[in-house]
Design a protein around this ligand. Structure first.
Ligand code: AP5
Length: 209
């Protein structure tokens, strides 16, 4: 199954794409994670992307499209994949349509207050990228998976969050109508908590018994 997770910053795309990918045994492809790996590795692409990401702006379409094309050509995508954070603009959606077919688009929906609470409380492992929320950390400051330090992402500071939400409304939200017209869109509430929301996603995809 080829699936897209759509939705504003902090709505839970990464959390749910990872869970579902593990259950279906297909890769979760996060363009945000790929770009952060480039920044960590100090590649030319990473250096060019950093200023956009830190400011809460989108990285130029040609850069991201090239990166995704290359990733989808890998053999582990043959049985399906979950795109998390791509496409984010109409030109990205058109480029994707030219290279592969999509079976379903999950549009995760939550109010701005929920999103602000999630992003301001999010902590990520500096070493492996695992994501946590302070409400579930019980004061811990290191990663359960690898022991690395937990940090607050540069783009999770209040002013940058507001800019990311604005950019989402202007450039990414039009994809909702785009995929509705394609007959692929499933809107799913993402406000109930991780376990409940995960079930709602599976129901929308027809994956429950
Ligand atoms: P990216 O990393 O993709 O950021 P994003 O889309 O803004 O999404 P986030 O990672 O912030 O949030 P999420 O929806 O994955 O939420 P999460 O699961 O972590 O991209 C970063 C930047 O890279 C962009 O701003 C842009 O510059 C660039 N970029 C990336 N892709 C691009 C593209 N295609 N084109 C151009 N530029 C691109 O959850 C958030 C928190 O909430 C966590 O703490 C989690 O534990 C908690 N949580 C999640 N779900 C629930 C729930 N149901 N109940 C309770 N808590 C929950």
């Amino acid at each position: 199954m080829n699936i897209i997770f759509l939705g504003p910053p902090g709505v839970g795309k990464g959390t749910h794409a990872k869970l579902l990918g593990e259950e279906l045994n297909i890769p979760q492809i996060s363009t945000g994670d790929m770009l952060r790996a480039h920044i960590k590795g100090q590649t030319a692409l990473g250096m060019a992307a950093k200023k956009h990401i830190d400011a809460g702006e989108l990285v130029p379409d040609d850069v991201v499209i090239g990166m995704v094309k290359e990733r989808l050509a890998q053999p582990d995508c043959e049985n399906g994949f979950i795109l998390d954070g791509f496409p984010r603009t109409i030109p990205q959606a058109e480029a994707l349509k030219a290279i592969t077919t999509i079976d379903a688009v999950i549009d995760l929906v939550a109010g701005n207050e929920v999103i602000l609470g999630r992003l301001s409380g999010r902590r990520v492992c500096k070493d492996c990228g695992a994501t946590y929320h302070i409400s579930r950390l019980d004061g811990k400051t290191t990663c359960e998976a690898c022991g690395g330090p937990l940090i607050h992402r540069v783009d999770d500071q209040p002013d940058t969050i507001l800019n990311r939400l604005k950019v989402y409304e202007e450039q990414t939200a039009p994809l909702i109508a785009y995929y509705e017209q394609e007959g692929l869109l499933h809107a799913v509430s993402a406000e109930e908590g991780i376990e409940v929301d995960h079930q709602l996603i599976k129901e929308a995809l027809g994956l429950t018994a």
